[in-house]
Write a protein that binds this ligand. Sequence first.
Ligand code: HEM
Length: 507
Amino acid sequence: MILYLLVIVAVLWTVLFKLRRRRMYKLAALIPGPEEELPVIGVAHSFLGDAEGIMSALQYYSYGSMQHGIFRGWLGHILYFLVVDPVDLEMVLKTCLEKDDLHRFIRKVIGFGGIFAPVSIWRRRRKILMPAFSPKIVEKFVEVFSEQSEKLSKRLADSASGEDFSIWPFLSSYTLDSVCETAMGVKMGAQENPNSPFLASMNALLNVVCERIFHLWLQPDWIFKLFPQYNIHQDCIGVLHGFTDEVIQKKREELKNEQRSQPEVDKQFDLQDYRTKSFLDMLISLSGGERGYNNEELREEVLTLTIAGTDTSAVAIGNTLKILGKYPKIQEKLYAELMEVFGETKRPLVKEDYTKLKYLDRVVKETLRLFPPVPFIIRKVLTDTKLPSGHVLPAGSGVVVSIWGAHRDPKYWGPDAENFDPDRFLPERFNLVNSCSFMPFSNGPRNCLGYQYALMSVKAAVSAIVKNYKVVGLEETSPAPKMRVKLEIMMKAVDGYQISLEKRTSL
Ligand code: HEM
């Protein structure tokens, strides 16, 4: 009897569920989807593989979207659209500001830190954070990038034997040190100590979060708690939160002491040594000082910046180096430019150098086009949204913004869209008809706040390395570079950024 009742309730629930969503089914049917879609699970089986398989599935759907103008796929009962058309993307990024629910797993780490916060919270946080990223403030960080990139270059000397090695740990400790110094005013010292618990915890945590996003069985909290990843997750959160809380506490004390005009320096974190105000200082004052952000909000914001700025920039540097290894002629042209600007001197990079390093700018941008570190962004569709192409995204669906696809669409980039050609960014050739055709840092009101910061940090590292070493890789015979990539929130090289370096000058 109870079983009967349960069956009847389940059937009624399903019928009601389907009735309520009939508009969604109707609109979805008007949009092309993949042939391999299965009943009930939709395209979920395409994402069962490893991170490389997931990336190739999304590349395949991006090509589908280029071909048909838009593409859709059911992930179980959730409907997603994948958009590559820049005109449609502009509208999506302006109107669909809410992040997809899949981001809830990272919220355990960064709470309501701006990047994945619900719109109601994000608006205020973005307003407070924005002035801290003004070009005048960001360019003050050049000294940090310059010093940290010189350190990076020196640390690579022992690995420059002509043998292949993974440059990833060097790059991620460079970006972590730069971000921690600018975000918290703390010298993390990850470059000197690659086993830094902060770095290890951040990496382990991001891996667990990624596993949860793509492995449906790890998603419900009560099941997740039964898996060993749960303990790793909790321990790592403890390390990240513990460290950040301590820094915030010290900063509060320091500010109090400063107010009494007797600054007290905390030697443990070398707080005195920051040359300019860190984001933490600015967040305290911009949010209203004592009456502004509480310690938890500060921790959320500072950790968000740390997580948003570390791997993204490291991936961009790694991709640029891999590309330079594939195309020695392009590398030599870049080296010639660096010699012209720096000569044989060992002087540090200064902000004026950035405007002179024009070829470096084009090489970095072309790498970000073909290998955007954040290849996809997922937003929620809260109300029916009619796109300029005429397609309607129904309320309740999700939309995958394919930055990767928009960057390779021959409609906007020409028949050689997949070729690596830095000179397409020459002012006389670069004609961006729509701003969303090139948007490694996204577009619209929720775009990346750190894009100028990131470009400076990436260029500082690439120039420090190329000045001192020749990057040697497997030379590419085709103008379209091939690199095996995987999706781990970011798009990373499968081989962990294996390259080999040969010293150019005595260090
Ligand atoms: C090459 C490096 C980087 C890339 C490719 C990148 C890319 C992105 C992308 C695609 C978004 C998502 C925007 C959206 O949902 O529309 C984003 C958001 C954000 N990024 Fe970056 N980013 C990089 C470096 C940085 C750095 C270094 C910082 C800070 C130090 C930073 C801070 C942020 C913040 C705060 C947001 C959230 C903006 C908001 O929701 O209001 N990013 N970034």
